[in-house]
Design a protein around this ligand. Structure first.
Ligand SMILES: [Zn+2]
Length: 445
């Protein structure tokens, strides 16, 4: 299919670019990799491919701001685990068994699975850098999928005991070679970031070294923070602030158990947060802080985190984020023997987190996250004909509360169609799934 000239005709556009979120029946014109016009009844020449979007929602692609793609073959492995079991088994036992080939297949499969769910941009937090070949394989898997995103270069998965748990090992310096070898332009679909342990999983001196390494290479730097008892135990945000290290290039995953003053510090320094609600609720990280992050005006996005425990679907994460936040506020009110007059968070708020919010977290909001002329054509079409979605009185809630991966009819990344009529294009999914089950079976031996 010609990717250069596409007209999406007659869909209901949810543009996310202003307060009037739903722009009603509009056509969207795509030329090369960009959106060139959004208007009523656009007339084009015969050289345009027309996608009929009648009874479809036209939406910017979702942004997953935090996922460990290498775990893609292990669906269900961690679904009954605590965080400590996860660290000991997934990182302690499984990670060392992964070959470079396994990581390639896992990353490719995971990125395609994300695309199937309407995710067009992903942050791959890759702590499986066991050898330089593993790094190359992870990057190739991401690039071959056609997804947009950031490759978060992490630490080796060879020993969780040495590399996590108050680690005294500095981040591998081959970050520099990786940058030069694989990442030459910020215009590429995949760019580089640094995925560091930070003050909850490494020594403060190590965390400091790692942050300065990221800054030397001009990379966004992501770390886990505020996971259960680790939050108050290590007081990581405060420590980073004392060292004057907080800045807008820092991204924090979870942040469940950081304190009120920490939120203020993150807001003051323009740091971002990735909420991964499903796994946070399961693994005892703490209650999702979606509402708090919004209250403090912190750039916030959603993430899937570990497909070994959570659903890979952004629809599920939006719904869980929304209802968990409502549960927290309702319970607080109930504890004061009151019922809330109004809910404090809406479907629109979480839809923004999954799109423009995530784009801001990754520093890509000038390119993606909303449907606007001049932005990259990362667009999804959601079919609302299904009995589970129809009839509808609220198109935003159709996306947030009712839609499923199978309702994603079309996915386009940088103007290139990668899913159409509900089917992924260009990939041998059967072969990939076969390889994934071989990897999973090997890990169980
Ligand atoms: Zn994570």
């Amino acid at each position: 299919m010609d990717r250069r000239k596409i007209l999406i005709k007659g869909g209901t556009v949810i543009s996310i670019n202003n307060n009037q979120l739903v722009n009603d029946q509009l056509d969207v014109l795509i030329e090369d990799d960009k959106i060139s016009e959004i208007n009523k009844s656009i007339i084009t020449g015969d050289d345009f491919t027309v996608l009929d979007a009648n009874r479809m929602i036209v939406l910017p692609g979702f942004v997953d701001t935090h996922r460990h793609l290498w775990e893609s073959p292990f669906k269900g492995m961690a679904s009954n685990w605590t965080l400590m079991e996860y660290l000991q088994i997934m990182l302690g036992k499984i990670a060392p068994t992964m070959s470079a080939d396994d990581v390639y297949a896992a990353n490719l499969l995971g990125a395609i699975e994300a695309i199937n769910s309407g995710i067009t941009t992903i942050f791959d937090w890759s702590h499986i850098m066991n050898t330089p070949e593993h790094s190359s394989a992870a990057i190739k898997g991401l690039k071959d999928s056609g997804i947009r995103g950031k490759f978060g270069f992490g630490t080796p998965g060879t020993s969780v005991w040495e590399w996590f748990y108050e680690s005294k090992l500095k981040h591998p310096l081959d970050a520099k070679e990786i940058r030069t070898k694989h990442f030459n332009s910020e215009d590429d679909l995949i760019t580089m970031a640094l995925a560091i342990r930070g003050p909850e999983y490494s020594d403060l001196e190590v965390a400091k070294h790692d942050i300065l390494l990221g800054r030397e290479l001009d990379l966004q730097i992501s770390m886990h923070i505020g996971g259960g008892t680790f939050g108050p135990k290590y007081n990581g945000i405060q420590k980073l602030n004392n060292e004057k290290l907080l800045d807008s290039d820092l991204n924090f995953a979870h942040a469940n158990t950081i304190n009120e003053n920490d939120f203020k510090l993150l807001a003051d320094h323009g740091c971002s947060i990735s909420v991964t609600p499903e796994v946070e609720l399961q693994m005892g990280l703490g209650l999702p802080i979606t509402g708090k992050a919004l209250k403090f005006g912190i750039p916030t996005g959603l993430g899937i985190d570990v497909i070994s425990a959570s659903s890979g679907s952004m629809f599920d994460q939006m719904k869980i984020a929304l209802q968990a936040e409502r549960a927290i506020q309702n319970e607080k009110s109930y504890q004061n023997l009151q019922m809330l007059d109004k809910l404090t968070i809406s479907d629109i708020d979480v839809l923004k987190l999954a799109t423009i919010g995530g784009a801001k977290v990754l520093g890509l909001d000038h390119k993606i996250g909303s449907l606007e002329v001049g932005k990259q054509a990362d667009i999804i079409l959601i079919n609302i004909n299904d009995i589970g979605l129809s009839p509808t009185l609220n198109l935003v809630s159709s996306v947030v509360l009712y839609a499923k991966d199978q309702d994603v009819d079309t996915v386009m990344i940088a103007g290139k169609i990668v899913k159409r009529n509900g089917k992924l294009l260009n990939f041998n999914i059967k072969e990939l799934l076969k390889k994934a089950s071989q990897i999973a079976n090997k890990s169980l031996e």
